[in-house]
Design a protein around this ligand. Structure first.
Ligand SMILES: [Fe+2]
Length: 227
């Protein structure tokens, strides 16, 4: 039974990651406008991370003390991470105020409030695994491309999320496989949906917000003419 659940989790994790890895490779990280837009949208959804963790920690409660305390530890680690994206964006020469939140970003994080409320705190692990996994497993390659194209002071957000140790995820999946079947299915459901929504965001940036896109209108601060 546990083995079946672990197999389902690993299949969902690996299947979604193959698709995301292909996109991460294809994404125009060297394009200043596209990377700036990625940073701005990352800022908008990462702002909610500590709220999600506060909600899930409270919902685990004293009945699930280990998960409660583990989530509080995670909360301390994640605090302030949105500022890294903001600093990278500033160092790239852009102001987040000129780059509004996209619809694709709103749906990516707003659905988490539904998952946590309707399917319980453990379901949120699907979203966290998807985002942490893509950065940890593919971030190093992307970081090199970003630093080569835009300079070392523009990749701090990605740098703190690159983890060399792949076992981190296997351990996480093995722990999750001990949860009841309905919870495991909720994690898989959230992981699959979040991966699709994240892909949708990457596609939108790539088609509408690169320097070549007709719809891209944002000007870098450094490129603005003095009044
Ligand atoms: Fe983070």
């Amino acid at each position: 039974m546990q083995n079946n659940k672990l197999k389902d989790l690993k299949n969902a994790f690996n299947g979604n990651f193959e698709v995301l890895a292909a996109w991460a490779e294809k994404f125009p990280w060297e394009d200043k406008q596209a990377y700036a837009q990625w940073l701005a949208q990352t800022y908008y959804f990462v702002k909610h991370t500590t709220v999600f963790l506060t909600l899930t920690a409270a919902k685990f409660g004293v009945r699930n003390g280990d998960a409660h305390k583990g989530t509080l530890k995670h909360l301390r680690e994640e605090t302030g991470h949105e500022k890294l994206a903001l600093n990278d964006l500033r160092n790239l020469g852009y102001d987040v105020a000129d780059m509004p939140e996209l619809l694709e970003t709103s749906v990516l994080y707003q659905t988490q409030y539904y998952w946590i409320e309707c399917f319980g705190p453990i379901s949120h692990a699907g979203y966290a695994l998807m985002l942490e996994g893509v950065a940890a497993l593919h971030g190093e390659k992307i970081l090199k491309r970003i630093e080569a194209a835009h300079g070392k002071n523009t990749g701090s957000f990605l740098r703190v999320h690159v983890i060399a140790d792949d076992d981190h995820f296997d351990d996480g999946l093995e722990r999750l496989a001990f949860a009841p079947e309905a919870d495991v299915q909720a994690v898989i459901g959230n992981l699959t949906q979040s991966a699709a929504l994240y892909l949708n965001l990457l596609e939108t940036i790539q088609t509408k917000h690169t320097s070549q896109s007709e719809t891209a209108t944002v000007t870098a601060i450094k490129g603005k003419k003095a009044a």
